[in-house]
Each structure stands twice: as structure tokens, then as C-alpha cells.
Design a protein around this ligand. Structure first.
Ligand code: CA
Length: 537
């Protein structure tokens, strides 16, 4: 009923121009939308997108936050565009997967669908539940189209293995993800320089271990620690340019445990662990490990997100002089500086086959990529959450910086930084961190060459590529046999329960037996498609 009314209003509003144009055909809301340009003649975005308020249903639940049309940012979007979204999941829903499956089995799809898994969205697309957006982007979404042309990673992530675009990704404009952090006050106390190579790092960590930088007379320091050790057991292998993952070198997918660097990396890791340079509880410490070790004045160095510098403020009264600073990644054994953690585009939202007016929706999606739309999605509302200072720089108000939530948490509570197709600029991180945080973000962003852009996306240290449907099941089956085996072996070598060099030949043989060669081939096909899809836009 509501929708019928909207169509009527839209028809009415456009009846005159259509008649003047001599069209005698019956028309739908979609053709009304098609008749309106996305842009004005001067290149600005044509607002509002529809003359009458138009409502679409939406399925989205990001981090247990079901979409809420009452969020301030979305109220503002509604005011500007005349487009409103109504959530098909209740505000109390806390199980995204269950709600998604329930929607699919009901056969009633929301007009717009976002979901945590790109693979599931694409599979819904291949089954006809989401429509391909390629032509709609081409005709009605000039900002998205331009970004696809200038940012290969964005285009690649958007494109499914059948060549269709089923969702508009959430893009990331900064490279940096994690950084190397070290206790500057410990370096100063021991008269040490910042380590710039993996060998210098070994010397510094050894001094942290032996020379009592926390000054309590006990040899209790834990030089190198990591709260990700429980889920990314191979993170320190990056120091020797290796890992327990696939990695692309000169366009060829390799599996790193089969490569030479792996031997160097594991042998060093075993030695470092034996000598007490690495947290003895690295595999069991858990996500709270950083809090625990820093608050106890035991941790010396880690690889982590920007929030690592927050302890400079948090711990300043408990640990006088406490200072964590970001440093460049130490050069590996070949003298190469590389930072393996990177930001990649992530999943966003698509349009279902039951949506009656996809043209209007794609225009709305495009609006989020305009400067005004992007400001709203990253900064919230001007005059409420941010202002522009005398130098023309955007600044958050104290309501964002000093609320009882983190700045990101606050921005999400008003509907900004949500999991939709947008450009996440990351400026909120620069503005809301402290001087040490800003310094390390600037350092890493000033060195794009540290980031190997030829690598396919990794999420939490795991490959996140798109497979052809016939490859996907096979790949999962093979890696289900390989990955736990490799993680278990790596742990046993580091913990000293088995010997790496004694195990090595049998280990490699076992990888071949378990099908690693086929897994490499499947990844090569996926990677070749990944590269092609940036060239076909
Ligand atoms: Ca000590």
C-alpha cells in the first residue's frame, strides 16, 4: 500500500513533463528515476534523489548493530535525498547469520542487503537474489564508476568470479593497518637506538630481556608480545618475509612453508623463543594480553593497531615515563622493509531482485561516495559532531572525542562508519589519536612502498580471495587438512616439543600428500582472475 502510494505520487509529479515529452506509455517509479539525472549540469549531485519520500527495506546488522533509520546520520541522509530505509531485522537482533538465513528461507528479500560475508552475497547473486550492478553503475553511479577506474583493489573486491558486481564494497583509503611499537622509555634507559633491521631487533630484545629496563631487579620482562598470537601464530615470521600463508611473488602464488625464507624464519623464531625474547605464553595469552603486559610494565614491543599508543595516556600515572612509539618495520634478512598488514576493501551492500526501483537505490549508493556523502559517513554531521577549523581542517567536537565511548564507537552510534558501500577515510583515527599515534600513521602513510599492492586481500592474516564455485569446496576441503596441521607443527617447533630440522623433510612431504599443490593451483586461478577483474572495468 505504502509503495503503491509512492508510485502514484511519483507518477503525479512527473506526469506533466512526460506528457509534454509526448510519451504515451505507462510508466513506473523506476522509469521516473531513470528520467532524472544523477548529476546536475554543473556536475553536482542532483538532490533530492526522489521528489517524494521513498522507503526501501534493508537487511543490515553490523557488529550486532541492526540498521536503525533513526540514527542522526541516516536522518540527515533522508532529509537530503528523500530516501529512507526501514530495517527488516528487529533492533534486538544479535545473530546476523541466523537472521540472514531466515530471510533467505522466507523468500522475502529486503530491497537492499548487506552481509558480513562477500562469498555469501555473491552466491546469493549467482542464485538470482541480488542483481548485477555493472550496468546500473555505468549509467547512474558516476562516483562509484570513477573509483572503480582509479582504484583496482576496489574494483577487484567488487567483482565476482562470474564477472558481475553484486555489492558495492566499503573502501579503505589508508594503507596502514598495524604498526610496530616499542617502549621508547626502555630504549632510553638502556641507551639503545631504535632497531632498523631484524638483527638489530634481536640485539635490542636481548637487552630488554637481560638488562632490567623496568627497573624492579627481576628478569621478568617480556620483550616481544602480541595479543594476536592466539589467532595469528605466524605474525613474527613476517620479520623474515615469510608466513604460514600463501603469498604472491612476481605474479606466482607460493605457499610460504615450501619456500626458503620459511626455514630462516622458523629457525630464528625457535631461537628467540628459547632465549626468552618472545612471550612464553604467546599462543595462550589471548586478546587481553596487551592490557595485562603493559599495565604490569612487562611488555617491550608489539605489532598492533594504533590503539597501542593509548597506553601512553592510560598508564602515565602508574608507570612514570611510560612511552610507546611506532617505528618502521625492521628490514628483513635481505634488507627489505615491508609491512604485511594492510587495509583492503571489505564487504558492503547490494540490491535484491525484489527491489522495484534499483535505479533510485544505486543513486543513493553513489551519493555516499560524493564529498558530502563521504563527510557524513566519516565525520557525522557538521555543527553537531564536527566543525571546520580556521585552517579548513575538519575537527571533531568533544562530544565525539570525550564521550563515554571510543570515538569510533560514538561515530557508529550515530550511524557513521557503518558497513555500507563508502570510502572509509580513516581520518577519525588521525584526529582522535595522540601525538605518538599521529606520528606513526604519518610515517607509514609516507612509505607506500612498504605495502606490496600485488598481494591479494588478507584478513587477520588469512587469504580472502574469491574462488570459482567449483574450486571453492575443493579448496576448503584441502586447506581444512593443511592449515591446522601447519599451525600445530609451527607451535610444536616454537615451544620446543619437536625439532624443526628433524621434522622438515617429512613435513614438506606431508604437505604434498595433503594436496598443497592443488591448493596453490586453485589460488593461482583465483589470483589471475583477481588481477583480470581490475582490467575489465
Ligand atoms: Ca625487570
Amino acid at each position: 500500500m505504502k509503495k503503491a502510494l509512492i508510485v502514484l505520487f511519483a507518477l503525479f509529479a512527473c506526469a506533466l513533463p512526460l506528457m509534454a515529452g509526448g510519451s504515451g506509455e505507462t510508466t513506473t517509479s523506476a522509469s521516473v528515476a531513470e528520467a532524472r539525472p544523477t548529476l546536475n549540469e554543473d556536475g553536482t549531485f542532483h538532490l533530492p534523489i526522489t521528489d517524494e519520500k521513498t522507503t526501501f527495506t534493508i537487511f543490515l546488522n553490523f557488529n550486532n548493530m541492526p540498521f536503525d533509520p533513526n540514527w542522526a546520520v541516516w536522518q540527515e541522509l533522508e532529509k537530503r535525498t528523500n530516501i529512507r530505509f526501514e530495517s527488516v531485522i528487529s533492533q534486538s537482533n544479535s545473530n546476523e547469520d541466523e537472521a540472514f538465513n531466515l530471510m533467505l528461507s522466507s523468500g522475502n528479500l529486503a530491497d537492499v542487503i548487506g552481509y558480513v560475508s562477500a562469498a555469501d552475497l555473491e552466491s546469493l547473486g549467482r542464485d538470482g537474489g541480488l542483481i548485477p550492478l555493472n550496468d546500473l553503475i555505468d549509467e547512474y553511479a558516476p562516483h562509484i564508476k570513477a573509483l572503480m577506474e582509479e582504484d583496482p583493489a576496489f574494483a577487484q573486491y567488487a567483482t565476482s568470479t562470474d564477472g558481475n558486481i553484486y555489492f558495492i564494497p566499503k573502501n579503505q583509503t589508508m594503507n596502514n593497518a598495524e604498526f610496530w611499537f616499542i617502549r621508547q622509555d626502555w630504549l632510553d634507559k638502556l641507551g639503545l637506538e631504535v632497531p632498523t633491521t631484524v638483527d638489530e631487533l634481536y640485539e635490542v630484545l636481548t637487552a630488554f630481556r637481560n638488562e632490567d629496563p623496568n627497573g624492579n631487579g627481576l628478569k621478568d620482562e617480556i620483550p616481544l608480545f602480541d595479543r594476536a598470537g592466539w589467532k595469528m601464530p605466524d605474525e613474527y615470521l613476517y620479520l623474515w618475509d615469510t608466513s604460514i600463508e600463501f603469498y604472491v611473488r612476481d605474479g606466482k602464488v607460493t605457499y610460504e612453508p615450501l619456500e626458503e625464507n620459511f626455514k630462516t624464519g622458523v629457525r630464528n623464531l625457535v631461537k628467540w623463543y628459547q632465549e626468552g625474547l618472545i612471550d612464553p605464553e604467546i599462543f595462550t595469552r589471548g586478546p587481553k594480553g596487551r592490557d595485562t603486559l603493559l599495565a604490569a610494565n612487562l611488555g617491550g614491543m608489539t605489532h598492533d593497531w594504533i590503539s597501542a599508543v593509548d597506553y601512553n595516556t592510560k598508564l602515565t600515572s602508574d608507570i612514570p615515563g611510560f612511552k610507546m612509539v611506532g617505528i618502521a618495520p625492521p628490514a628483513d634478512q635481505n634488507g627489505v622493509v615491508k609491512e604485511r598488514t594492510m587495509r583492503y576493501p571489505g564487504v558492503g551492500w547490494g540490491i535484491s531482485s525484489q527491489c522495484e526501483d534499483p535505479v533510485t537505490v544505486i543513486k543513493f549508493m553513489d551519493y555516499l561516495f560524493t564529498e558530502e556523502g563521504s563527510n557524513l559517513m566519516n565525520w557525522g554531521i557538521e555543527g553537531v559532531s564536527y566543525y571546520v577549523d580556521e585552517d579548513g581542517q575538519k575537527q571533531f567536537y568533544d562530544t565525539v572525542l570525550n564521550s563515554d565511548q571510543t570515538p569510533v564507537g560514538y561515530l557508529r552510534s550515530i550511524g557513521a562508519l557503518y558497513r555500507v558501500g563508502m570510502n572509509q577515510t580513516g581520518e577519525y583515527e588521525i584526529v582522535s589519536t595522540n601525538d605518538e599515534g599521529r606520528a606513526v600513521i604519518e610515517l607509514y602513510e609516507a612509505h607506500p612502498e612498504w605495502y606490496d599492492q600485488s598481494q591479494p586481500p588478507f584478513a587477520d592474516g588469512e587469504l580472502d580471495m574469491k574462488y570459482f564455485p567449483e574450486d571453492e569446496t575443493r579448496y576448503e576441503r584441502i586447506m581444512g587438512q593443511i592449515q591446522p596441521y601447519v599451525e600445530e607443527k609451527l607451535q610444536s617447533w616454537i615451544l620446543g616439543t619437536s625439532n624443526f630440522d628433524a621434522d622438515y623433510d617429512a613435513f614438506i612431504k606431508e604437505l604434498h600428500t595433503r594436496g598443497i599443490d592443488e591448493a596453490i593451483e586453485i589460488n593461482q586461478r583465483a589470483y589471475d582472475f583477481y588481477i583480470e577483474s581490475s582490467q575489465n572495468i
